[in-house]
Write a protein that binds this ligand. Sequence first.
Ligand SMILES: C[C@H](O)[C@H](O)[C@@H](O)C(=O)CO
Ligand SMILES: [Mn+2]
Length: 418
Amino acid sequence: MDTKILNSYNIAKEMYAGHGIDVDEALKKLAEIKISLHCWQGDDVRGFLFKDKELSGGIAVTGCYPGRAGTPDELRQDLEKALSLIPGKHKVNLHAIYADTDESIDLDELEPKHFQGWVDWAKEQGLGLDFNPTCFSHPKAEEGFTLSHPDPDIRDFWIRHCKASRNIAEHFGKELGQPCVTNFWVPDGYKDIPVDRLSPRKRLKESLDEVFREEIDTRYNIDAVESKLFGIGSESYVVGSHEFYMGYAMSRGKALCLDAGHFHPTEMISNKISSILMYVDQLLLHVSRPVRWDSDHVVIMDDELLEIARELVRGDLLSRTHIGLDFFDGSINHIAAWVIGTRNTIKALLRAMLEPVAKLKELELDGDFTSRLALTEELKSYPFGAVWDYYCASQGTPVREEWLAEVKRYEQEILYAR
Ligand SMILES: C[C@H](O)[C@H](O)[C@@H](O)C(=O)CO
Ligand SMILES: [Mn+2]
C-alpha cells in the first residue's frame, strides 16, 4: 500500500484511539455491511420486460445521459464496473421488469427461471439479491391504482404479480444463501382530494393479506412495505401512507421501508428510525435525496445522510436494518451515480463508527450539553478521510477520486459504443 496512505492512517488511528475508538475494529464492522445497489439507476427505470413502456407510477427520471444499459448483460457489466469501485461486498436490488428472458410474458407469469441469469451472475460475483414487484409502467396501472383498484380483476392481477415476486425472492434466498428483501411499493393514489379515503385502504390491506398469505421462511425472503406521502399525479392522497404501512408492518410482522424522499420536505427519516425499531423488528432504508420533492437525486454527504448513519451506529441498529439505495439521475454517468451514492453511504457509516458513542452518551446523561456540542463539532474535522482512504486501498478499490478516471475510460470504451 502507498506509504502516504498508511502513514496518514496511522496518525488518524492514534487520534481516534485518544477517544477510545478502535479504528481497525470499526473497519472490520464496516466491511460486513451490505448496501443494496438498485439496478434501476443503470437504465433510468426502464427494465427489459416491456421495452417501449413509459415510466409511470408518479416517479420521473430527467436527463438523457448516453450509454444507459439496454440489456441484462449490459446492466450486469455496468454494475460490475460500479461494484469494482466501491469497497466491500454488497447486494443488487432488482425490480420485476428486469427479468432476463426472451419470452414474452406478463408480470403475473414471472417465475424464478426468468431471473436465473441474475442468480448465476450474483453467485459468480459473490453478491446477494433483493427484489421488488413492479406495480407501475404497465397498462393495468394506468388508472393510478393497483392492489387497491376497485376492480377485483385488476386487483387480482397485481396480487398474482406480488405473489410471483415473493416466489422469485424465495428462490434468490435459497440459491444465494442469504435472505432476499422484497419491497412492496404501490403508487396508488388520487391527484385530487378524494371523497373516500377509507375504502382504497381497506382494499390495499386485503390485497396485501392475500399476497402474504403463504408463509415464506425468513432465511430466504423478508417482506418490506414502503409508504409515500405523494407522487406526480397522486398529490392529494396516497393509499399506502406512512401511517397505513406502519400499522401494517407492526400488525403483520413485516419490515418497514423508509424512503428518505417520501415525507414532507423538512421531515427526516433519521428521526424516525429509533421510534420505529421499538415496534417493528426490521427496517429497510431507501437512501435517497429529495430536492424540494421526491426527486431521487444521487446521495451526497449531507447532514441527513450522516444523521441516518449515526442513528444506526449509535443505537446499534445495523443488524436490524437493510440499507438500500433509491435514486435515479439520468443527467450524469449512470455508473458514476452508483459509485458516488454508494461510497457516500459507506463513508457516512464509517464516520458514524468513528465517534466515541459511549462517551457522548455519558455526557448527555450527565447533562453536560456544552461538552456534547463541543465534542460532536470538533469530531467533524477529525481525519476520517485518512481512514476512508486506507479502507478503500485495503479493499483493493480506488482511493479518493481515482475511481473517476476509470469511469471516464469505461464511458469512452463501452458506454459511447452502445
Ligand atoms: C423504483 C422504486 O421501486 C421506487 O423508486 C420506489 O421505491 C419509490 O421510492 C417510489 O417513489
Ligand atoms: Mn423508494
